[in-house]
Ligand binder design. Structure first.
Ligand code: C2E
Ligand code: MG
Ligand code: MG
Ligand code: MG
Length: 281
């Protein structure tokens, strides 16, 4: 009869809340520690030209190499980092690390690859273009090696300000792609004003291809909008040959997914580069 006893239900809720808060604080201080103690790593997932099969770039995806919990996926700490603001420091680390890695590959004489870094809405501030420029300069990295992936949630804020930041990034020669396209709230009337290079079809749409008629229609529509606006279009989460075939016939430019490779540590990625991907037809 807990429900008859108001005191007990209050106690119940506050205990729940406390546990939630304690858990969040535990993860937050853990992540802060991780940032300072080298427990974060970037994994790289290749992106391929759908027609030639050649690698065109890679997406850098952060992992927390937890001493007890093992490899913790970003879904378990990025949302928390976004609410607490820790994402800003995390994002600085990711950009730094990705540029350091790109510079190593650039100096090793590998053909230019675009390394894409995910940038959260809270990081997309007027200080970002300057920080990107500074990082490129410090590593003597050609800007064609870097790309930033932003999501529609970034675009929900002051749109003129966001476009100003995008323009400045664009002028650096750094590419921009719109991630998880179609899952957020961006309006088509703004889409034409964004100086972006690439639209990314979200995995939730790719998954339904070719059996789900709605997902096929949505993916096909994103591809044709992208082409009309002279953007490249990439599909993420490609796992089957049927999906690849549908995307190819629909005019999609690039693909990324487990069909080709999962996100890999830098060493394994480099092995793939040297032994497989540059040759794949
Ligand atoms: P995202 O940017 O949309 O990244 C694509 C996600 O799909 C990645 O998950 C990738 O591993 C996964 N994926 C790619 N191909 C396949 C496939 O064929 N099948 C399946 N089942 N999954 C596939 P991941 O690495 O767990 O990252 C999840 C999200 O976390 C990312 O989604 C991104 O929003 C965020 N994230 C990851 N790294 C960073 C980062 O450094 N900074 C920020 N701000 N966010 C990040
Ligand atoms: Mg992404
Ligand atoms: Mg995505
Ligand atoms: Mg996605």
């Amino acid at each position: 009869q807990t429900s008859d006893n108001p005191d007990r239900s209050v106690a119940f809720y506050s205990t729940e809340m406390n546990q939630g808060m304690q858990e969040r604080m535990r993860v937050e201080s853990g992540l802060r520690h991780a940032l300072g103690h080298g427990e974060l790593a970037l994994y790289y997932q290749p992106k391929f030209d759908i027609l030639t099969g050649h690698i065109v770039g890679a997406e850098a995806l952060v992992r927390w190499l937890h001493p007890e919990r093992g490899i913790v996926p970003p879904a378990e700490f990025i949302p928390m980092a976004e609410t607490t603001g820790l994402i800003v420091q995390l994002g600085e680390w990711v950009l730094e690390q990705a540029c350091a890695q790109a510079a190593i590959w650039q100096r090793a004489g590998l053909p230019p690859l675009r390394l894409a870094v995910n940038v959260s809405a809270r990081e997309f501030t007027p200080s970002l273009p300057g920080r990107v420029a500074d990082t490129l300069k410090r590593y003597k990295l050609d800007p064609s090696w870097l790309e930033l992936e932003i999501t529609e949630s970034t675009l929900m804020h002051d749109i003129e300000r966001v476009i100003g930041i995008m323009d400045r990034i664009n002028r650096l020669g750094v590419a921009l792609s719109l991630d998880d396209f179609g899952t957020g709230y961006s309006s088509l009337s703004y889409l034409k004003r964004f100086p972006i290079n690439t639209l990314k079809i979200d995995r939730s749409f790719t998954t339904g291809i070719p059996h789900d008629a709605s997902d096929c229609a949505i993916a096909g529509t994103i591809i044709s909008i992208g082409r009309q606006l002279r953007h490249r279009v990439i599909a993420e989460g490609v796992e089957t040959l049927d999906q690849l075939e549908f995307l190819r016939q629909s005019g999609c430019d690039e693909v990324q997914g487990y069909l080709y490779a999962k996100p890999l540590p830098a060493g394994d990625f480099e092995l793939g580069l040297r032994e497989n991907w540059l040759l794949t037809a």
